[in-house]
Design a protein around this ligand. Structure first.
Ligand code: G2I
Length: 493
């Protein structure tokens, strides 16, 4: 018997039909009431509020979703990270041995790129949605098949994904590793082997282990913690832990923040990767309020952990979610109802972002070209007032570039650079600086880097070179060393 919170578990419940119709009406009526009560909520978006705190807010989209204009318009307006729902899984990308098809995944990537969103790659090694040719291989061929799959897929998406869920859902509920074909062939080492293969193929992608029911402190998260500790101490390229967060209304674990923090303390990023919060249907208004409380708790927990890089919801609206198909009798798990109206959960998530601890932007770049090293303070763990970002400098040439340090930790930092066009549009831009203290990039997105000693040149990516007059785009990076605010120059051909 699977535990009740298993993503693929089927909890008992009534068939949909009339109950679902009533639920939809209740949901819509509640959402309208909420919308009227809080007109100010449209003042920001999840992505703007998250970015102001050095985080992202993401969603999962499938190729089918891309054809639903109301859904994608909402996604593009609210989110700045996309996880493909199914399109990068093994059954989609290598359904027969050695024959790769990245067409569907590419469509999600192009959608993301054309809307200034980043991509969480999902997923390279998973026991589910795994073609039968893999699970029926002789065990002595599994490692090479796994590494070949990872190498091909991660190479195809090199430079296009922010992160990879390299290994997905490796654990049983009791903290033992699943006895899938990868474990049978390689033992627990399959995880390190997979991470190494992914790192060799795309050294700039953040590499994650992602799982569910690890959000609170329990046997499963304890086992993953020990594994993470061991991988980090052995120098295996593990960079983050994904907490899926498929919750049932009213059941967000109280240990969520402390549990994420202990992984962060190992020097890992953490992320909420697949958030939803299902309600027994029909959902009444107190359940929708409780769902808001739940979303607020989850987002606040992420904000309180400085290495929590972002939150992703597993979908956009209640009309397009995996929940009713897998948990009959449950539904309404998203921040928008099936009529695309915001629910209390949306307002709660936005409020949690806005009232969360701020990251510390670096001071305005000096006007004179005197490089300075000013480490940004570690973001506070307890709530504190958010410091406004540095003012936008006047654009004197064709473009200007401003660097803001959004996060820092011992030995590393994350910055965002805003590139702004002057009085006329630019078509292609180049930002240059000199690192003052031996800093080195560990990953860079929304731009292409070339580095020579301490001299750095970042050019636009294929999709963000054109900036309208007065408008801006951003690129970001993580780097090793002490956070620095060198003088940036921006030129446009
Ligand atoms: O189960 C929820 C999520 C749990 N964590 C890992 C995620 O990758 C997983 O996503 C879901 C997708 O949202 C579903 O869309 O994974 C399911 C399968 O494991 C996906 O469902 C499958 C259906 O079961 C198949 O019948 C269908 O052919 O989607 C397939 C493609 O549409």
């Amino acid at each position: 018997m699977k535990p009740p919170n298993h993503p693929m578990d089927r909890s008992g419940g009534r068939a949909c039909g009339p109950a679902a119709v009533v639920a939809a009406v209740v949901t819509a009526v509640t959402a309208v009431a909420v919308g009227l009560a809080m007109p100010a909520q449209a003042a920001s978006t999840l992505k703007a509020s998250a970015e102001a705190k050095g985080r992202y807010f993401g969603t999962a989209l499938t190729r089918g979703d891309l054809g639903i204009s109301a859904e994608v318009n909402l996604a593009a307006a609210q989110f700045d990270m996309v996880t493909p729902g199914n399109e990068m899984k093994w059954d989609a990308t290598e359904s027969s041995r050695g024959s790769f098809n990245f067409g569907s995944g590419d469509q999600i990537v192009s959608f993301a790129q054309s809307h200034g969103m980043r991509v969480r790659g999902h997923t390279l090694v998973w026991h589910n949605q795994l073609p039968s040719w893999v699970s029926s291989l002789p065990l002595n061929q599994v490692q090479s098949a796994m590494e070949n799959h990872i190498t091909n897929e991660a190479t195809h998406y090199k430079g296009k994904v922010y992160s990879w869920d390299v290994v997905n859902e490796p654990y049983n509920e009791d903290g033992t590793l699943r006895q899938d074909v990868f474990y049978k062939a390689m033992g627990a080492d399959y995880i390190a082997n997979a991470l190494r293969a992914a790192h060799a193929a795309d050294p700039n992608a953040k590499l994650y282990i992602n799982d569910y029911n690890i959000e609170g402190t329990n046997a499963k998260s304890n086992a993953l913690y020990s594994l993470a500790q061991s991988l980090v101490s052995r120098g295996v390229p593990l960079h983050g832990i994904g907490f899926e967060s498929h919750f049932i209304v009213g059941q967000v674990p109280s240990s969520l923040q402390a549990n994420m923090q202990r992984f962060a303390n190992l020097g890992l990023d953490v992320a909420i990767t697949e958030l939803d919060d299902r309600i027994p249907m029909p959902a009444d208004s107190s359940e929708l309020q409780q769902q808001g409380t739940d979303y607020g708790k989850v987002v606040s927990a992420c904000m309180a952990v400085s290495r929590c890089v972002g939150v992703s919801q597993w979908g956009v609206d209640d009309g397009h979610t995996w929940i009713p198909g897998t948990f009959p009798g449950y539904g309404a798990p998203m921040m928008w109802d099936s009529g695309y109206q915001p629910k209390p959960a949306y307002t709660a998530a936005l409020n949690a972002l806005d009232s969360g601890p701020g990251t510390s932007p670096s001071p305005t770049p000096p006007v004179s070209p005197s490089p300075s090293v000013s480490p940004s303070p570690t973001p506070p763990v307890s709530p504190s007032p958010w410091v406004s970002p540095s003012p936008t400098p006047p654009v004197t040439g064709s473009c200007s570039a401003t660097l803001t340090t959004v996060n820092s930790w011992p030995g590393g930092f994350q910055s965002e650079v805003t590139v702004r066009a002057g009085g006329s549009a630019v078509d292609g831009w180049t930002v240059k600086w000199t690192w003052p203290g031996g800093q080195t990039f560990s990953s860079l997105w929304n731009g292409t880097q070339s580095v020579s000693g301490s001299s750095v040149t970042v050019r636009n990516a294929a999709y963000n070179g054109s900036i309208a007059a007065g408008a801006s785009t951003t690129f970001g990076f993580t780097a090793n060393g002490t956070a620095a605010t060198p003088t940036l120059t921006c030129t446009s051909p």
